[in-house]
Design a protein around this ligand. Structure first.
Ligand code: AGP
Length: 370
């Protein structure tokens, strides 16, 4: 096992550090920037299904559901196809309206999650075209879908999903750009600049890993005794906030909630006092001014702000108690980049609390029963 961990203390840390490679592997053979193309047979062979779809419904659980939410932002923004994102467990039991004009995408690292599988079967019975985004090759979900794309993240051993999540985001980005280019919603110049930026994401993730590894350890030391955490973000980074909170709660057992930052006023603000740590994702491109006022409101109530900002940020950084800098990107890529320090932060808080990071209590890597 020590050899498999490749010198890292836990699989989770190893997998966090594998992300430059796993994101790159997920794009390999698909993203060919010099030719200005994205090659994805699963999409291309059925492109008319996607193009003519009434809507795309994404079904998933847990972290994969968070990836699905970001997929909604991506596909609606770039391909202009309506997207709905559903928890598989809710979808399967609410007698959903599905027609043969719907495309249902299931996202699952393991490809074995019982609820996701059952939801897919239901969608298939009702005539939808079903597509899978799985990490495990030849898994049950991969086998029952009409078509799909594998995330090539490699085996994920840690129960808390890390590299599979960023690989799912990579696939969803490729799908959104490919469909957008095909149906004419994404012009050539923008497409070319986005795919060039996407190609450079593994490098940026590598930079973030080295720039934030020690920093997140130092920050984590201050929150070993915390009992609650709030995670806030807007737009693309609202689901990234949900995912940050899930990572923390599942491995450290600290209660954490993710919220869209603007919803703070509608309830969670009542929780804020000097004992409440708040992680706020505030990149420049992504409703920055609105986030600035959210941070002001938090500081007026003495909350402890851990801000994830772009390099050289002033306004939020001056108010924050702890600052984590990430490189600037187009907004659609920021959840990939912002997730990395949040994974490290959750990891180190859990390690300092003496938790079993790779196998948290009560959790299974793949939930094959209801
Ligand atoms: C992630 O950290 C979780 N352990 C969990 O939420 C997981 O994402 C969920 O069970 C879905 O699993 P799947 O992707 O294998 O379907």
């Amino acid at each position: 096992e020590q050899i498999e961990k490749g010198g890292y203390e836990h699989f989770m840390l190893k997998e966090i550090f594998e992300q430059p490679k796993s994101i790159h592997d997920t794009m390999r053979g698909r993203l060919i920037v010099e030719e200005g193309v994205i090659k994805m047979a699963g999409i291309w062979d059925h492109v008319e299904k996607f193009k003519n779809a009434n809507r795309i419904i994404i079904i998933a659980c847990g972290t994969s559901w968070h990836a699905g939410l970001i997929g909604e932002y991506l596909i609606e923004e770039y391909a202009r196809i309506p997207v709905e994102v559903e928890y598989a467990s809710e979808f399967r039991y609410r007698n959903p309206i599905i027609t043969d004009k719907d495309v249902v995408i299931a996202i699952s690292q393991s490809g074995e999650t019982a609820d996701t599988m059952a939801a897919l079967k239901l969608a298939k019975e009702r005539g939808a075209f079903i597509y899978g985004i799985c990490n495990v090759v030849d898994s049950s979900i991969a086998r029952i879908t009409d078509a799909g794309s594998y995330t090539h993240a490699g085996p994920e051993i840690g129960v808390a999903s890390t590299k599979a999540f960023t690989a799912q985001l990579t696939i969803l980005t490729l799908i959104a750009f490919k469909l957008g280019k095909h149906n004419g919603n994404l012009g050539n110049a923008e497409f070319m600049s986005l795919i060039a930026e996407l190609e450079a994401i593994p490098k940026k993730v590598e930079e973030v890993l080295s720039a934030t590894h020690e920093l997140t350890q130092d920050i984590a030391k201050n929150f070993v005794k915390a009992t609650n955490f709030l995670y806030l973000g807007r737009g693309y980074n609202y689901p990234a906030a949900l995912e940050g909170a899930l990572k923390l709660k599942e491995i450290s057992y600290i209660h954490a909630e993710g919220y869209p930052a603007a919803e703070m006023k509608h309830g969670p603000i009542a929780l804020i006092d000097e004992n409440m740590p708040i992680v706020i994702i505030a990149p420049k491109k992504g409703h920055y001014d609105k986030i600035v006022s959210n941070v002001q409101e938090i500081k007026a109530r003495k909350g402890k702000v851990i801000a994830v900002v772009n390099k050289g940020d002033r306004q939020v950084s001056e108010m924050a108690d702890y600052v984590i800098e990430i490189p600037e990107t187009s907004e659609c890529f920021s959840p990939i980049i912002a997730s990395v320090p949040l994974q490290l932060l959750a990891y180190y808080i859990a390690v300092y609390r003496g938790a079993n990071v790779d196998q948290p209590r009560n959790l299974a890597k793949s939930v094959t029963v209801e």
